[in-house]
Design a protein around this ligand. Structure first.
Ligand code: IPE
Ligand code: IPE
Ligand code: MG
Length: 242
């Protein structure tokens, strides 16, 4: 922790929590065991972000594409997510952490949706850390949904097509309440974004680690943050202008 520059912390960290299945395979265990261990990483990373004063954390937990996995795994993941929501609520309240769902509410199993509503309602007044939990989420679907809502507002005369800007468009996204991610972390080594926050990562610093998600805990987060702090973010300018 002491090596981190607290004046150069990212405001928003987004994580593609990948590699649970491969981690379990390496341990000669079932994939579900990897998801269980991954839930522990999620809990620890929430704690660490809170401790470091990072105001926004977005966790990619279940994508639109993940429905294509074997039914048994899909069921196990949703069951685990429900248990996670139940088990974490007391600590979220204690730390005044707000949990917000990003993604389609439609399609989430009803018992999980109920728990999700409970946690988001009970934590809605908090802001020490905002955790966006991406469930049944797809970046393209989010952009299309935003465009449809915007078209509806334009049709109703609530906005003029000529007045639409990148900023006003972003207000129709699930992440309207948050700044864009400064740091995008992907565990599991894949160099792709897998339909995650396509609009919002326009200028995110990308950090890919070969470590599997169950292996990613506070020391590994610190490594990622140190790497982030060593980067020069130019936003199109020259190095001399920074
Ligand atoms: C990430 O781990 C968790 C989810 C996508 C739900 P994976 O289950 O994708 O693990 P790998 O990539 O197969 O190792
Ligand atoms: C991305 O991981 C989705 C989540 C972490 C929830 P995947 O394992 O589904 O991504 P791909 O299939 O390797 O692109
Ligand atoms: Mg994967």
């Amino acid at each position: 922790m002491h090596r981190l520059d607290l004046t150069k912390m990212p405001r928003h960290v987004a994580i593609i929590m990948d590699g649970n299945g491969r981690w379990a395979k390496k341990k000669l265990r079932r994939r579900v065991f990897g998801h269980e261990e991954g839930a522990i990483s999620a809990r620890e990373i929430i704690r660490s972000c809170h401790k470091f004063g990072i105001p926004f954390l977005t966790l990619y937990a279940f994508s639109k594409e993940n429905w294509q996995r074997p039914a048994m795994e899909v069921e196990a993941i949703w069951h685990l997510l429900k248990r996670f929501l139940i088990s974490e609520l007391p600590e979220l309240i204690e730390k005044e952490v707000r949990l917000i769902h990003i993604g389609d509410a439609d399609g989430i199993p009803p018992d999980v949706a109920e728990e999700l509503r409970r946690v988001t309602d009970r934590t809605s007044g908090f802001s020490s850390l905002i955790v966006n939990l991406a469930l049944n989420y797809g970046g393209r679907q989010e952009i299309v949904r935003a465009a449809a809502k915007l078209a509806e507002d334009a049709g109703n005369g609530k906005c003029l097509p000529g007045d639409i800007t990148a900023e006003s468009f972003a207000r129709y996204l699930f992440t309207a309440h948050a700044p864009d991610p400064d740091l995008l972390i992907r565990t599991g080594g894949e160099q792709r974004v897998s339909n995650f926050l396509l609009w919002q990562i326009a200028y995110a610093e990308i950090y890919v680690t070969e470590l599997y998600w169950p292996e990613f805990r506070e020391p590994q987060l610190i490594e990622a943050l140190l790497d982030y702090q060593s980067r020069e973010r130019r936003f199109g300018k020259t190095g001399e202008q920074i």
